[in-house]
Design a binder for this molecule. Structure first.
Ligand code: C2E
Ligand code: MG
Ligand code: MG
Ligand code: MG
Length: 294
């Protein structure tokens, strides 16, 4: 694949643009092999804490895929998901993620850490109700309560055809699993659907949160989402909270939960207990008296 020159525009070959490229097919084979390896092979889950903004307490973690490929280096989770979605390996991947997360929650519980975890699922995983049965079986097997689990579905994918997955969402809701609308603000949700789908929270897309401190439009969008979520009785989570200024603004505007580098980056499971032991809510920092002025 050479870069093609057309007039003054140069089209550079990008593997992401071709589902059947040799690079993609190579990755797919490697992914399959990794998924069949006990312990997930080169694929791993990292966990990022989510913090309640009014108490400063850690309320849960989001599980995020990491793939350290021996030749390609770090493959982004977006690339990994694209490879999986266009190949039918997605379901296998989602099942492996669910299995890993529940096993991890059970291990943490043994060590006295009762945590909730958010798992990202592809909307394709919801086209049948198999996922509900799988999840219910694994919850029973690992002794994890359904309300310790939250599934995140991106707004764009869900709202493209909400009716198609309604039955699955309702079954998940009855099972006691919470549902979160991820990357909120990037898709097109109708108020009707927001009201009728059994959602418990929306997660503001990180692009708005990252842009907030420099872009007034982003700040207005974040403010509107918080208001909308409030009106609909949904919890609102901000991801991509990188600095104290953003954190303060979100606290002041009534955002419920935050996730971002300001608190912690996603980390391997075995680092989380140490991080939690050292964690001090930023609220406490705020209570420290200011330095006397010089
Ligand atoms: P997402 O679900 O919206 O996850 C949040 C993303 O924001 C993560 O990117 C996280 O690392 C990043 N992030 C969190 N805090 C900050 C921050 O303060 N600053 C910045 N710049 N970024 C922050 P990541 O880990 O690269 O994952 C990208 C996407 O890949 C996820 O977006 C999700 O859509 C998808 N993904 C990851 N793991 C899975 C999975 O197990 N299954 C599925 N279906 N999708 C997954
Ligand atoms: Mg997510
Ligand atoms: Mg998101
Ligand atoms: Mg995303």
């Amino acid at each position: 694949y050479d870069a093609k020159t057309r007039g003054d525009t140069v089209a550079v070959y990008v593997p992401e643009s071709d589902h059947n490229s040799p690079a993609r097919l190579g990755l797919l084979g490697d992914l399959r092999r990794s998924l069949e390896t006990p312990g997930f092979g080169e694929v791993a889950l990292y966990y990022q804490p989510q913090v309640d903004m009014s108490s400063g307490e850690v309320v849960g973690v989001e599980a995020l895929l990491r793939w350290r490929h021996p030749v390609r280096g770090l493959v982004s989770p977006e690339e990994l998901i694209k490879v999986a979605e266009h190949s039918g390996v997605m379901r296998l991947l989602t099942y492996r993620v669910i299995d890993e997360v529940l096993a991890q929650l059970a291990r943490w519980a043994e060590g006295g850490m009762q945590l909730r975890a958010a798992i990202n699922v592809s909307v394709r995983d919801l086209h049948t109700t198999d996922l509900v049965d799988y999840l219910a079986e694994r919850l029973a097997e690992y002794g994890v309560a359904a309300d310790q689990i939250q599934l995140e579905i991106t707004e764009g994918a869900l709202m493209a055809d909400p009716r198609r997955v309604l039955a699955t969402l309702q079954r998940l809701d009855r099972l006691g699993v919470a549902l979160s609308l991820d990357d909120f603000g990037t898709g097109y949700s109708s108020l009707q659907h927001l009201r009728r789908l059994p959602l418990s929270e929306v997660k503001i897309d990180r692009s708005f949160v990252l842009g907030m401190s420099t872009d007034e439009d982003d700040a207005s969008i974040v403010r509107s989402i918080i208001e909308l979520a409030g009106a609909l009785g949904l919890r609102v989570v901000a991801e991509g909270v990188e600095d104290e200024r953003t954190w303060r603004w979100l606290v002041a505007h009534g955002c419920h939960v935050a996730q971002g580098w300001f608190y912690a980056r996603p980390m391997p499971a075995d680092e989380l207990p140490r991080w939690l032991a050292k964690y001090r809510p930023p609220m406490l920092l705020r209570a420290v008296p200011n330095q006397p002025e010089a």
